[in-house]
Design a binder for this molecule. Sequence first.
Ligand SMILES: Cc1cn([C@H]2C[C@H](O)[C@@H](COP(=O)(O)OP(=O)(O)O[C@H]3O[C@@H](C)C(=O)[C@@H](O)[C@H]3O)O2)c(=O)[nH]c1=O
Length: 183
Amino acid sequence: MEITTTDIPEVLLLKPVVHRDSRGFFLETYREEHFRTQGIEVHFVQDNVSKSRRDTVRGLHYQIEQQQDKLLTVMQGAILDIAVDLRHASPTFGQHSAVKLTEDNKHQVFIPKGFAHGFSVLSAEALVYYKCSAYYYPEGERGLYWNDPKLDIDWQVDEPVVSEKDQNQPLLHEISKEDLFYE
Ligand SMILES: Cc1cn([C@H]2C[C@H](O)[C@@H](COP(=O)(O)OP(=O)(O)O[C@H]3O[C@@H](C)C(=O)[C@@H](O)[C@H]3O)O2)c(=O)[nH]c1=O
């Protein structure tokens, strides 16, 4: 397992060892000690799967109160994964990481608490599997408008497919102080 940083030092890119043989391949999608050796204490409690068609943009989402670390794996297709830093005192506040995760490269991304997360779909369909360190908590669910020009994110999609909820999320400067992260 190779672990490197992205444009945001706390958002990690993971490259699992892929064991290939005549049957196909095998890889470990999660191994706790890999995080512990990075000094990260994480305990995942919920796993999610979503399937989306080309040009879908999901996000940007985060939870307050029950904050979530996330570990993403793409099982089929290809996505561009985005994490926006919402930690008020961070030198990279408002900046984002952008990582391509595909069924071919088998890379994963770890997004810690303090980030809004989203992804766009670059293939005909994408099946995304991710682990979360806190349960889904709708009352604490918050969003950031995916296409806020201030974020300057190139989602690499032509005709974005976006949920009604995500079309109505606030711009970064509209987010109240209570809905940002402080540590
Ligand atoms: C996220 C979530 C949704 N749901 C329900 C609520 C709703 O009826 C339906 C679809 O929810 P959404 O439209 O919010 O799904 P989606 O847009 O895929 O939401 C996800 O987006 C990505 C980018 C993330 O980072 C995730 O944490 C999550 O927020 O599923 C759950 O039951 N549990 C969950 O954990």
